[in-house]
Design a protein around this ligand. Structure first.
Ligand code: COA
Length: 330
């Protein structure tokens, strides 16, 4: 869709657990090795929540950081959207718990389940609300404690995931032309079971069997997901840029979902993008699902490289299967 949504990103923030889980740590726990992990995924280490941390603590810390950056207080917020697939509880929404933690009441708050695309889905929703004047300041969070749903006996998945949270405050545009100029949101439910946590929901409520069969952990058909991811990553970036007639030289930064360095590099190469314009943090944080893009966005903003009028592109894909992109003029 390419009708301009007039908004601005008023502030961004992030929160990462202190504990670092390295490839060497994983080598000591299961049959894998640093070389395999680096060459197949590009990951060197990830952050993992400690006992006193959770999706809620990360989400709240990232939200406070974004509010600080925007120079706003929690009482300025009109809506909270939390994108997560590792919510604090099956219900209520983590967003409502964040609202309580921020000390505000009454404003709407809900979670959004679109996995690694969740933050971009959330930003697009927020932009519609702000553009149409329904709300002025929307807090969008991507927060995940993936380690709580990761099977550390499954070497095909446990090497990939990490914990973290990122957040952005979406507010009204401050200049002409500022905003989201093109959006893509898509899903293909026929691939819904390619990445799934099969236990603990209405279909398979928690039982001795679901625990014994390790059904409360993420299961993934890695090779199939890889094929989907390579195709979609390239497609959402190419289509977004083409819709606005932008070439690699016109875009200041692509902020892709961080699922595998090979997937990012293949898009970079195929689309002729300069590597320095494609943000990578998977080496340090692994795949943080819905938190990967907002953490990367906050890092990008912190570099000071993004100037008013620059184009940045958020591009994600993930479980669902889902995909999304947002082409933003800063
Ligand atoms: N360490 C060492 N060997 C491992 C391993 C590990 N951690 N995990 C798997 N292997 C082995 C496999 O058992 C297999 O051995 P075999 O050939 O003897 O059977 C071999 O390595 C190749 O496995 P395969 O699953 O084909 O590897 P791959 O090249 O597809 O890489 C992923 C696996 C998970 C890294 C890759 O499929 C991937 O990145 N998929 C997409 C993930 C993704 O994007 N997920 C999130 C979407 S948001």
């Amino acid at each position: 869709m390419s009708k301009v949504l007039s908004i601005s990103i008023l502030g961004t923030g992030r929160a990462l657990p202190d504990h670092v889980l390295t490839n060497a740590d994983l080598e000591n726990r299961l049959d894998t090795n640093d070389e395999w992990i680096r060459t197949r995924t590009g990951i060197q280490e990830r952050r993992i929540v400690a006992a006193h941390e959770s999706t809620l603590t990360l989400a709240t810390d990232a939200a406070k950081d974004a509010l600080d950056d925007a120079g706003l207080s929690a009482s300025d917020l009109d809506l909270i959207i939390c994108a997560t697939i590792s919510s604090e509880y099956p219900f209520p929404a983590t967003a409502c718990l964040v609202q309580e933690a921020l000390g505000v009441t009454e404003i709407p708050a809900f979670d959004l389940s679109a996995a690694c695309s969740g933050f971009v889905y959330g930003v697009i929703q927020a932009a519609h609300f702000v553009h149409h004047g329904t709300y002025r300041h929307v807090l969008v969070i991507g927060a995940e404690a993936m380690s709580r749903f990761t099977d550390y006996e499954d070497r095909g998945t446990c090497i990939l995931f990490g914990d973290g949270a990122g957040a952005a405050i979406i507010g009204p545009a401050q200049r002409d032309g500022q905003g989201i100029h093109h959006t893509i949101m898509g899903a293909d439910g026929s691939g819904a079971r390619m990445i799934i946590c099969p236990g603990g929901g209405a279909k398979e409520p928690a039982s001795r069997r679901t625990v014994d069969e390790r059904m409360h952990f993420l299961k993934m058909r890695g090779r199939e997901v890889y094929r989907f991811a390579v195709t979609r990553m390239q497609q959402v970036i190419r289509d977004a840029m083409a819709a606005q007639g932008l070439g690699p030289e016109d875009v200041a930064m692509i902020v892709p979902h961080q699922s595998n360095l090979r997937i990012i590099e293949s898009a970079t190469e195929k689309l002729g993008l300069p590597p320095e314009k494609v943000w990578v943090n998977i080496d340090r944080f692994g795949n943080m699902s819905g938190a990967s893009i907002p953490v990367a966005l906050d890092e990008v903003m912190e570099t000071g490289r993004i100037k008013p009028g620059d184009w940045i592109l958020l591009a994600g894909f993930g479980a669902g299967l889902t995909w999304a992109s947002a082409l933003i003029r800063m």
